[in-house]
Design a protein around this ligand. Structure first.
Ligand SMILES: Nc1ncnc2c1ncn2[C@@H]1O[C@H](COP(=O)(O)OP(=O)(O)OP(=O)(O)O)[C@@H](O)[C@H]1O
Ligand SMILES: [Mg+2]
Length: 441
């Protein structure tokens, strides 16, 4: 999947490009219109100049003694000549020229009207029944320079406008999306088990329905999960008393029955009832594990819990449990001590039940806060290993069980922010099973 582009980036780049494009279009149009107007105005003054000069020139030429002599008009004060002119007689002989004129600019024979060459704008007209001709020339460089300067003046703001609008839009979008970013952060920060409504104080109006829908969905999910948990917990709890009563009756029956098939049958019923009572106990543990609230507000030392659980097991499996504790006096964690005890009980019970009976079970707590339960025994295949934390899932074990122990352990680990990993063979060994729990700090 391609990386999603942020709204801020999309709007920033899109709007800036849009503004720049509109500015360019406006600039082109302005240059076009202004150039057209300048051309018209300058052409008109070129015509006017030509006609004024020609009428003065005709009078001057008539007043000369020899009327077909070329005269160059002297300049009154030194200056750069924008407009140069050439007055010719009927036979095309030059009679009067401006002081700075370049004759190569003009054609061989006089031509009437406005026109352009590669370098000049020219205008020609005549007087006294086509006996005197004037042509005026204006270099195009001035008009070109004016266009260039206008273009530069119009494009200059763009250099400021682009970064400025990019920064402005960036800031504006970031400011407007503040509520959305806060909402995203609120969603990111909560853990998977938190189904409470998400706080969305400054969300834009368009997104409020989305937040409402998310909250409704969470509420529905919460109700369903709570119903499921309370059903599990209640039914397990309700089963306890009748099961204990039935077990007591069966035990009495077995004792009172004469040796033989009746006693055997009573034995089998008692074993089934015991199994059923274990199952209801596990279901209650699972309901607790999944109910949330597996963290305590003030972190506590976990070592007393570990020692207590191990001591509990030692009473029945005396020599098989080996406990090693870190040099540190205490390992502090925010995991709920009751939940930790349930988790550890399940791991140790598994190690004793599914591991090799003639080999010890190691329970170790490291100074980094990692709790390990290691036992010897056949290797559990990797494809089984990944499924073991599912409910009612078991691998190839001859020991009886319901397949809930590791599901309970996993639910407690997830709910408390701990990490449970199962490894087989155990680290540094060729066989066995290792369950490691990284405690939340
Ligand atoms: N320490 C272990 N050594 C070897 N196999 C194990 C160990 N722990 C778990 N397993 C395997 O994982 C399976 C699932 O364990 P889990 O604790 O979930 O169920 P269970 O022990 O069979 O039943 P329950 O715990 O509900 O009484 C076990 O049946 C067993 O095959
Ligand atoms: Mg188990």
């Amino acid at each position: 999947m391609s990386q999603p582009v942020s709204l801020q980036r999309r709007l920033g780049i899109g709007l800036t490009l849009g503004v720049a494009a509109l500015w360019l279009v406006a600039t082109t149009l302005t240059v076009f219109i202004v150039q057209h107007t300048i051309d018209r105005t300058l052409d008109s003054s070129l015509e006017e100049t030509a006609q004024r000069i020609l009428s003065l020139a005709v009078v001057e030429i008539f007043n000369r003694e020899s009327s077909d002599l070329l005269q160059q008009v002297a300049s009154l004060r030194p200056h750069e000549e924008y407009i140069t002119y050439l007055v010719r007689g009927a036979n095309g002989i030059p009679l009067l020229i401006s002081h700075d004129v370049d004759l190569s600019v003009f054609p061989e024979t006089p031509q009437m009207g406005l026109r352009s060459t590669a370098t000049h704008r020219l205008y020609g007209t005549s007087a006294v029944s086509d006996t005197f001709f004037i042509e005026v020339a204006e270099p195009l460089t001035y008009r070109h320079r004016a266009t260039r300067e206008m273009l530069a003046m119009l494009l200059l703001p763009l250099a400021v406008l682009v970064p400025l609008s990019l920064a402005g839009i960036w800031w504006l979008v970031r400011h407007s999306l503040g509520g959305l970013l806060a909402y995203r952060q609120a969603l990111e920060e909560r853990d998977a088990g938190d189904l409470s409504p998400v706080e969305a104080p400054r969300l834009p109006a368009e997104l409020v329905p989305v937040a409402v829908a998310v909250d409704q969905l969470l509420a529905r999910l919460r109700r369903v999960l709570e119903a499921e948990r309370s059903f599990t917990a209640n039914s397990a709890h309700e089963l306890r008393t009748p099961l204990a009563a039935a077990l007591a009756q069966v035990q009495r029956l077995r004792r009172e029955a004469p040796p033989g098939p009746l006693q055997d049958r009573a034995w089998r019923i008692e074993a089934s009832l015991r199994e059923l009572s274990r199952l209801s106990e596990k279901l209650m543990q699972l309901a607790k594990a999944e109910s949330g609230g597996l963290l305590v507000e003030t972190p506590q030392d976990v070592l007393p819990v570990v020692i207590h659980v191990v001591d509990d097991f030692r009473r029945s499996y005396d020599t098989r449990l080996e406990l090693s504790l870190p040099k540190e006096k205490q390992i502090v964690s925010s995991i709920d001590p009751d939940a930790l005890a349930i988790l550890l009980r399940n791991l140790i019970e598994n190690a004793l039940k599914h591991g090799r009976e003639d080999r010890p079970v190691e329970v170790a707590v490291s100074s980094e806060g990692v709790l390990r339960v290691i036992n010897a025994g056949p290797v559990v295949p990797a494809e089984d290993l990944v499924r073991l934390t599912d409910r009612f899932t078991r691998a190839n074990s001859r020991a009886d069980g319901s397949g809930l122990g590791l599901a309970i352990a996993q639910a407690i680990a997830t709910g408390s922010g701990a990490t449970l990993t199962l490894i087989s063979p155990a680290t540094g060994r060729g066989d066995g099973f290792e369950a490691s729990l990284w405690l939340p700090p």
